[in-house]
Write a protein that binds this ligand. Structure first.
Ligand SMILES: [Zn+2]
Length: 326
């Protein structure tokens, strides 16, 4: 019974700290498979459920592991404008300039993703199937989070501009309401000559989009004061943003959420493909010989929950801190 309660509380804990919503993260990893060249695609397709389901694992760890949270974002506006364009790409150089504590305080997603990328190259080189799957799912998550504009700013939930709640509104509710109409047919995966520079380009593009994310919501809140909230049917003591307001905001963003999701799919495929190429394009035929059954998937999930309990149950009490980050 104690174990059951712990599992329930860990899952509740997890549900308070989404990046992109769980829906979007799983979908991005799954769609990225379609962009891969044939040999790689055959391998990933054999494990598409695993790569998709595990796309949310980094968020499940988020408030349970010290330093996991800052791996999902970088607050570029905490750096002076003259510095934020040119932060050291090399982690050691960055530490020398700013110190580890300061870097983690501001978020480390570009540096951490590259460290995970190097792990993925190693996993491919060793043809370690479990590691390839685990790390592919993880890196898909971090790359996707880096595409979310509010993962690039200190004002990550509109808390500094009286717009609290905008984080999950943009990255969870909008894709859940309108994602069915998005076009997820993206081009083929391309090899990245410089994955590190690509990660920095991704977070810079996210940062440029912050202004419209916040200003459009503020304009509509002023224009539609009585139409923004309604009682939440699942929890009448709480409110939710109305579909009418959501649609007006979504229209005003003019495809921004869809564009960032499409870019996430493209980049996840690019990074998987590049890691495989950098590992020397190892043959993967033997690795994809078995496909996990639903029972095996369930067993893997149970094992994952057990692992969470064994590893982090003692820390869980101190983890009910922030919602998205910090
Ligand atoms: Zn995340």
């Amino acid at each position: 019974m104690k174990k059951l309660l712990l599992i329930i509380s860990l899952n509740l804990l997890v549900q308070t700290c989404f990046g992109w919503g769980f829906y979007a993260h799983k979908l991005i990893n799954r769609k990225a498979i379609n962009l891969l060249p044939a040999e790689l695609q055959m391998f990933y397709t054999s494990y598409s459920d695993v790569v998709s389901e595990r796309a949310v694992n980094p968020d499940k760890r988020r408030n349970l592991i010290k330093n996991e949270g800052p791996r999902h974002y970088i607050d570029l506006d905490r750096y002076a404008p003259s510095k934020r364009c040119c932060l050291p790409r090399n982690w050691k150089d960055a530490v020398l300039l700013y110190s580890t504590d300061s870097l983690y305080n501001n978020g480390v997603v570009p540096w951490h993703t590259i460290s995970v990328y190097n792990q993925l190259v190693n996993a491919f080189a060793k043809r370690n199937k479990e590691q390839i799957l685990k790390i592919s799912a993880d890196i898909g998550h971090y790359i996707s989070d880096a595409h979310v504009p509010l993962h690039s700013t200190e004002n990550y939930d509109g808390q500094l501009t009286n717009q609290k709640g905008i984080h999950s509104f943009w990255e969870s509710r909008l894709p859940e309401l309108f994602g069915n109409n998005y076009n997820f047919i993206v081009g083929k995966a391309v090899y990245l000559e410089n994955p590190s520079e690509q990660m920095w380009a991704i977070v810079q593009a996210s940062f440029i989009a912050v202004d419209s994310v916040l200003s459009f919501e503020k304009e509509l809140t002023i224009a539609m004061p009585d139409k923004k909230y309604e009682p939440n049917p699942k929890n009448p003591s709480k409110t939710q943003v109305t579909e009418e307001f959501s649609k007006a905001y979504h229209d005003k963003l003019n495809g921004q959420v869809e564009r960032r999701m499409r870019a996430s799919i493209q980049e996840v495929a690019n990074f998987w493909y590049s890691a495989w190429v950098d590992a020397g394009q190892p043959k993967l035929d033997m690795l994809r010989s078995e496909t996990l059954t639903p029972e095996q998937l369930e067993a893997a999930e149970t094992e994952y929950q057990d692992w969470l309990l064994r590893t982090y149950a003692q820390e869980a009490d101190s983890c009910m801190k922030p919602i998205f980050k910090k």
